[in-house]
Design a protein around this ligand. Structure first.
Ligand code: ADP
Length: 245
């Protein structure tokens, strides 16, 4: 399949404090990669660096083989195929589910652009397929504000999928969900991973166990361990970090 993301010796400091202290990892195409670790480990900072929100002081972030994206601005990353979803859903609450998708399919998420640029038949078909995938086809006309918490999360994932991204970054996608919604989200990630790579920052360890292809454990700005769930969960250093020893 090949590598979609290669992060080399990434260093990010805030006022002299190293939030990332030499992070190196590779993510292969089609993976569902989970980043775990205690609060303050550097997981969010790493996502922020990948999606262009924070500029690292050192290192490199290579996307899809040859593009060093480390100094790309956030908006340019969407155009090359990287999208981020934050923990709190950021859908357009006053628009319907379908209108949210229309705004997203024109790619720059600008309402003005979607008004002046009617969607094509192919885009409409894509929206229909993705709404079907996230189980929101019966809610097309419903205002996003009136969806359940889980449905808002799925709509936001759908809004990323419709942009034909190659890499999706998700920040605690199952936070606040019940077990049924969590399982539905996990199954959705599995379907997405057939055509797109998914990176997830997550605290729900049951979710990680059930859906990770690979796990990266972070601690104090470094990678403590990386591998399958069964590998990392038996590492004494990982156990110590989680038990706070
Ligand atoms: P995690 O997501 O694993 O909980 P973060 O990436 O949010 O960890 O934070 C890593 C460390 O960097 C923490 O000690 C945090 O306080 C610090 N940090 C994160 N962002 C900033 C910032 N903008 N300014 C100063 N310190 C920050």
């Amino acid at each position: 399949m090949g590598t979609i993301l290669e992060i080399n010796n990434l260093i990010i400091s805030f006022d002299g404090f190293r939030a990332l202290n030499g992070v190196t990892t590779k993510v292969e195409k089609g993976e569902i990669r989970f980043f775990i670790g205690p609060n303050g480990a550097g997981k969010t900072t790493l996502l922020d660096a990948i999606c262009g929100r924070i500029r690292p002081q050192q290192g490199s972030i290579i996307f899809d083989g040859d593009k060093n994206i480390m100094h790309y601005p956030e908006h340019k990353l969407v155009n090359i195929g990287i999208g981020r979803k934050f923990q709190v859903p950021s859908v357009f609450t006053s628009l319907s589910v379908y209108e949210n998708m229309e705004v997203s399919v024109v790619n720059d998420r600008s309402i003005m652009a979607s008004l002046f640029q009617p969607i094509t038949k192919a885009q409409k078909e894509k929206i229909d397929d993705i709404l079907d995938l996230v189980d929101l086809k019966d809610y097309c006309d419903k205002k996003a504000a009136d969806l359940s918490h889980g449905q808002k999360q799925w709509l936001e994932i759908a809004m990323l999928l419709v942009q034909d991204l190659q890499l999706i970054l998700l920040d605690e996608p199952v936070a606040g969900m019940g077990r049924k919604e969590t399982i539905k989200t996990g199954e959705l990630l599995k379907s997405i991973a057939h055509h797109c790579t998914v990176i997830v920052v997550e605290h729900d360890m049951e979710f990680v166990r059930d859906y990770a292809s690979k796990v990266t454990v972070m601690h104090e700005g470094r990678i403590l361990d990386e591998g399958s769930v069964s590998q990392v969960q038996n590492n004494p250093k990982v156990i110590d970090v989680y038990l706070g020893r």
